[in-house]
Design a protein around this ligand. Sequence first.
Ligand code: SF4
Ligand code: SF4
Length: 220
Amino acid sequence: MARVPVDWALTAVQATMGQAMRAYFRNVYLAIKTILIGLRITLSYCFARTITVQYPDVAPTLQPRFRGFHYYEIEKCIGCEMCAKACPVDCISMSKTGPRRIDKSAGVAVGGAMTSYAIDYSKCMFCALCTYPCPTKCIHMGSVHDMSAFERDSMLVEFTELARQGLQTPLSLWMQKAHLPAWARKARDEWIERGRGRHQLMLQAMQDQRVDKPVAGSGE
Ligand code: SF4
Ligand code: SF4
């Protein structure tokens, strides 16, 4: 009569052990599977052919939406500070001598002089948030990517100084050397050429200009 409960107990113990073993091996299987999934990309790189990019002799491949050092069109800037307010790390500062507005006939800003427009690249994270709210579309993310300095202060770029030289974007020190690989010389010359056509307007933007009052009913 006492044999039946013992059999039940044995069966129950066997079933429990069977479940525990199945759960154990299932966990081992899942652990190995998830590790292999996680390492799939890493493992594929382990067996990929190694390519060394011969930069700076060979141009780096920049993607179309690459965000490098800004280029800034001072002649279109009205000094509204929208870019500075949008910047999450407060790295844009500027000053002007008076209000500026766009002269629609000339397509440039007139009024007070832009006395400063600076970006501190030791803080900038190249998020491009400063470019979106600009009402005159004069601050953009550029393609220059290689600028370095020995001191933090050297990473503060004063764009009015660049504008005096006819430049819209900072050119890295090595790009100012006489002997450059062809791609770097081409990139540098393109930026110089780009500013050259607007140099006079850039210089004007740093001087006070007379602003005619809008004529009543002109819509301005
Ligand atoms: S890219 Fe971002 S961090 Fe840099 S100046 Fe613009 S808003 Fe500021
Ligand atoms: S938002 Fe544009 S127009 Fe306004 S200060 Fe900045 S760069 Fe100049």
